[in-house]
Write a protein that binds this ligand. Structure first.
Ligand SMILES: [Zn+2]
Ligand SMILES: [Zn+2]
Ligand SMILES: [Zn+2]
Length: 429
């Protein structure tokens, strides 16, 4: 029986889903890109310096929260702090390879994955001096630009599996099913780096392939559970499981530190997991933009911020242009809610942030339309709109953590807020 959630019902069994390996950008990236796109006039450094991405406001505790203006975090109410975010491309195994263009790693040839970096500038000899813009140091030399991977800036699975973030917002997990009876759990830190073997061997967990919820006693009974143990190479945890038939749903219940609570992660595999292919030979020139210049020699340093004009990101932002009329916006909101529901039913929690993010945008776009409502409806619409925005953020956050029960609760709160907003606008939910 589960130790931390025995008083809450398990969700109904989920239908199969297609594992989308590496195709989804992290939510943090979407917000960074959205804030880039939202900037009307990017700040310009003096002289011929390239345009900089805008300064955004982020929560010190929730790096996924990125807003265009100062305020407080919608999740924890802390004051937001300024940060200059940019999109980059990084090798999944060589963090020093951070490029401004998609391509292949110059060290190993793997495809680069989209990540979020923060841009800062420093001065030699001035400790603790970190600036959000280029400029001149006290000794007259120009400040040195730096691209630093943001915590949570890389939410890409590295082994073709399903990727989640632990509720402690530091550990990240990727589950794979390389063989019908082998479940493998890769565990990373907040920069998507694999944890050392001693950290893994201190973890206690199991894979549950069957459990039953008794509605009378509200107790969850595990009917088939298999211990997770360090793999031979020490790089992951593994469990030999009973489940061979696909699609396969299973839960991981794991204590990531001896004194930590037990967390639950719900995985659904539509197919066996395959590792992304690794080219045989390093491709020295592949990571360079095809601008006709000779490939540069591999450098141990990340590209300098000031080295080149940051190109426009080449991947699409999941924010389609919003429709204009109130009726269209309300229909759009219903559509996004239904999309979230469809993803939840598929067990595709990692993708929820896309329609949740869009629903938040639609709600914000509805704000001016509240002026046309009679005072009584308006009094209902205003708090409902705030709740749609807040619960959309929660859905986004909880989708990352891959706990089916938490996702279900957040979706209920979101649906209720959407229903209240629709009825304030006299629309049937
Ligand atoms: Zn926060
Ligand atoms: Zn590499
Ligand atoms: Zn994260």
């Amino acid at each position: 029986m589960s130790e931390n959630d025995d008083d809450t019902p398990v969700v109904a069994p989920r239908p199969p889903r297609l594992i989308v390996a590496g195709a989804l950008l992290g939510a943090a990236l979407a917000f960074a890109v959205a804030s880039l796109a939202a900037a009307q006039a990017p700040a310009r450094a003096p002289a011929s310096a390239p345009a900089l991405p805008p300064v955004s406001m982020t929560c010190p505790m929730h790096p996924d929260v990125v807003e265009g203006k100062p305020g407080t975090c919608p999740l924890c109410k802390m004051n937001l702090v300024p940060v200059r975010l940019d999109a980059s491309w990084m090798c999944p195994v060589h963090a020093v390879v951070t490029e401004q263009q998609p391509g292949a790693c110059r060290l190993c040839g793997r495809s680069l994955v989209p990540v979020v970096v923060s841009l800062t500038w420093t001065c030699r000899g001035e400790v603790n001096a970190e600036f959000l813009e280029p400029g001149v140091c006290r000794d007259g030399s120009p400040r040195t630009g730096r691209r630093t991977l943001r915590p949570h800036g890389n939410h890409n699975p590295q082994h073709g599996g399903q990727f989640f973030m632990a509720p402690d917002t530091w550990h990240h997990l990727e589950g794979t099913l390389p063989r019908p009876q082998l479940f493998r759990l890769h565990i990373y830190d907040d920069y998507a780096r694999t944890l050392p073997p001693d950290a893994l061997s201190a973890m206690r967990g199991r894979v549950v392939t069957r459990e039953r919820f008794d509605p009378a006693t509200r107790i969850v009974t595990e009917q088939a559970a298999f211990p997770l143990r360090p793999s031979k190479d020490g790089k992951s945890l593994e469990a030999t499981i009973d489940r061979a038939a696909l699609p396969a749903s299973m839960s991981v219940k794991v204590r990531l530190k001896p004194d930590a609570p037990e967390y639950r992660f719900d995985f659904t595999f539509a197919a066996l997991t395959t590792e992304p292919a690794t080219p045989r030979a390093p491709l020295a020139a592949a990571a360079r933009p095809s601008d006709g210049s000779a490939p540069a020699a591999p450098s141990p340093e990340p590209a300098s911020v000031a080295a080149a004009n940051p190109p426009a990101p080449e991947y699409s932002v999941p924010t389609a242009p919003l429709p204009g009329t109130m009726a269209e916006l309300l229909a759009e909101l219903r559509r996004r809610r239904d999309e979230v529901q469809g993803l939840i039913q598929k067990g595709d929690f990692g993708a929820i942030w896309v329609p949740a993010f869009q629903a938040k945008d639609v709600a914000v776009a509805l704000e001016p339309h509240m002026d046309h409502l009679p005072p009584q409806s308006r009094a209902h619409a205003e708090p409902a709109l705030g709740d749609v925005v807040r619960t959309a953020w929660q859905l986004d956050a909880v989708g990352d953590t891959g706990n089916a029960q938490d996702v279900g609760k957040a979706f209920t709160a979101f649906t209720q807020a959407v229903a209240r907003l629709l009825s304030a606008f006299s629309v049937t939910p």
